[in-house]
Design a protein around this ligand. Sequence first.
Ligand SMILES: Cc1ncc(COP(=O)(O)O)c(C=O)c1O
Length: 302
Amino acid sequence: MLQKFDPRNAQLMIYVGNELLPRDQAKVSVFDSVVQGGDAIWEGLRLYKDGVFMLDRHLDRLFDSAKAMHFSKIPTRVEIKKALKSTLEANKMSDEVHIRLTLTRGEKITSGMDPRLNTKGCCLIILPEYKPPVYDNQSGIKIVTSTIRRNSPNHLDSKIHHNNLINNILAKIQSNHAGADAALMLDVHGFASELNGTNIFMIKKGRIYKPFADACLPGITRGLIIEIAKELGIDCVEKNISLVELYTADHVFCTGTMGEITPIIEIDGRIIEAKEKNDILTRIKHSFEMKIPSHSVKVAEL
Ligand SMILES: Cc1ncc(COP(=O)(O)O)c(C=O)c1O
């Protein structure tokens, strides 16, 4: 499903560096590391009427990424929350908002790869947009398997939520040409890893299965689904999952902040028949919705 421009986003105020600027004036320098080398990290957050969902878990991952990237002069958790609060208040936003929070290594004194050229410290960007979940979570989505492999820890460790998204973008281009909604990406051994922008799960004979988080991003939503399965007393097993296992699963679904929980109804032309009677997926979706209030931080309390 191709996203469309939402007129509610015409007058956005966006946080860049230390300022809040109108949409058309919010820019980074051409000397910024994100322009020079995609040298940045990011988090996608969601604001519900109950507040910003699982904010501290997202910030934990952001700080882990910043440490792995050896960033310096990183804003503190308190500073990021303050910036987030002022941005959401400036936009008078209270629900149906996706927030793309990016932290770049900052501006360089001259173009080049060397992080020692970054003398000014990190640049924080907070881009909030009205954006309801991007997939049709009732009808589900169709996916195709991409020939582009997910990076292994040998190449670029997926534990860093970095801005080098070309790997995923190439896979997405393939799915666009195939008329699908998203691309399934395999790991270097040919096992399912994740979709180009979401994590994948399957359900078979009353059990949930998920790929090892070796080549996929360890998603915050993925983590919550694992907790929910435990609470519901449903086994959630981590294993290598082959394409044939996915084709013959009772249910397949993907998870992420952008789309929440989305059923996958077709993979490479094979229909996923939703055979299971005691519908685990419905129970998981229900528990997820029930958790939103208790797992969200109100904007006023940021
Ligand atoms: C490649 C990839 N996989 C999975 C996810 C889902 O992660 P989360 O549940 O933390 O949004 C994302 C989100 O940014 C992603 O970029």
